[in-house]
Design a binder for this molecule. Sequence first.
Ligand code: F6R
Ligand code: MG
Ligand code: MG
Length: 379
Amino acid sequence: MRLTLSVIKADIGGFVGHSSVHKDVLAKVREVAEEGKDKGIIRDLSVLVCGDDIALVMTHTKGVDSSEVHELAWNAFKEGTEVAKKLKMYGAGQDLLAEAFSGNVKGMGPGIAEMEFVERKSEPVIVFFADKTSPSAWNLPLYEMFADPMNTAGLVIDPSMHEGFIFDVMDAYTGMGIQLKTPEELYDLLVFIGATSRYVVRAVYRKSDGEIAAAASTQKLSFMAGRYVGKDDPVLIVRAQSGFPAVGEILEPFARPWLVEGWMRGSHTGPLMPVAFKNAKPTRFDGPPRVIAAGYQIADGYLIGPSDLFDDPAFDHAREECNKMSDILRRQGIFEPHRLPPEEMEYTTLPKVLEKLKDRFKLVETERPKFSSEGEIAE
Ligand code: F6R
Ligand code: MG
Ligand code: MG
């Protein structure tokens, strides 16, 4: 039986501000999505929260891009939005860009990661879910999980992984994609995916048999709406064990924090902090960016789990390091590189300020400007 795992997520209103989700909003989304089980649209459902975002983790047999499954998620978020509006949650319905559902949630606002596979004898999967960042946040950990033998010992010593993996990469500006093989095209791959402001890993496949190993959400909300409407906080599905990296190899990149884009106003760099579900509430300067890891064993299409995989003292050092990195970055205040370069910021006043002051820009001369005794610039 071919099973599809679909993770569809949206921010339909924050409690308080952009920090988390109100329980009544969550309850409504869950109630509507659960109805999909009774109607036979999906087999099983698990609901996750990270910051102000809700993710529906769903199993079914309708394949990827199923309009029935997408519509179910859309309706759940739509009805949840009604509750969010009633409670005047912050930014209620912000990720539901279209007025009505039209067959597929792609391009409509919600983020989506999906994959189809034949369930193995035992099928461990991990769903990563992050807030206050963007899909390219997965580039570095995906590289380490599937192409870095210093992280994933299996690439060297497990015969079922030794041939390597294929990375499906997209240029977020043009929508063009390319598939690159590792290890042989590793340096070419890194030319692209190291440029996280532009290139994003969409999926990873095992080279020996083309089996899907990982799938990420690649929506860029800011581009979809043509204006800023919220962060494209991403999800990622990774299959584990028996020919894929072990659970510990998949989680290991997160033990060594790195910097991602998307903190405060989508305009700052910050460390991605791996946290237990209960700590996925970014409140310091609206951050720092958070990531949770939900582990499942899939049994006949049912989601056994989630297991809260970052709820482990072994990630305490990573969290401490994230706090130290945050202190260092916060010291920079509004100065780069904490603040993102102008073209990467979600919010900017630059064009307005430039326009206001355009006549005062003069070609710089070697002489210093002269000021009158009143402090005015002398002609
Ligand atoms: C939201 C986010 C927040 C907001 C900030 C300002 O994902 O990153 O940092 O950008 O709280 O929000 P507004 O403009 O809605 O007042
Ligand atoms: Mg929000
Ligand atoms: Mg969010």
